[in-house]
Design a protein around this ligand. Structure first.
Ligand SMILES: [Fe+2]
Length: 125
């Protein structure tokens, strides 16, 4: 699962995840989809890089050093934990906190998707 990639349709906004294989034959709105590149360094005021704290056998994940806004038109849509053999995704909604718990899986990767600022990631040690 570590080879997972995310693609977005620039026309309608659909997002897909490709677990394995190649995207060349996949289109949306009759057009190729754009690969989302996850950022891990955030220089802007609003922070997006996920952070985590290990608590026993779980990690508590938050998005942003200063918690990211969760407003109707600007929010974190989902957070995913991707490891060698598993993907766990949590859908979030405006007005909710970004705080999410996942099982602790060493060498996994946390992804967070902002509806305005795209895909972000943090590796779990
Ligand atoms: Fe954002």
């Amino acid at each position: 699962m570590k080879n997972i990639s995310f693609y977005k349709c620039l026309n309608c906004g659909n997002i897909i995840e490709v677990i394995d294989g190649d995207i060349n034959n996949i289109t949306c709105c009759s057009k190729p989809m754009e690969k989302l590149i996850a950022n891990s360094v955030d220089a802007s005021f609003e922070k997006h890089v996920p952070s985590y704290e290990k608590v026993e056998d779980e990690i508590v994940v938050k998005v942003g050093e200063v918690e990211h806004p969760m407003e109707k038109d600007h929010y974190i849509m989902w957070i995913a934990l991707v490891s060698e053999n598993r993907i766990t995704k949590v859908k979030l909604y405006p007005e909710q906190a970004t705080t999410t718990r996942f099982p602790y899986i060493p060498k996994s990767t946390i992804y967070a998707y902002c509806n305005k600022h795209g895909l972000w990631k943090k590796d779990v040690e």
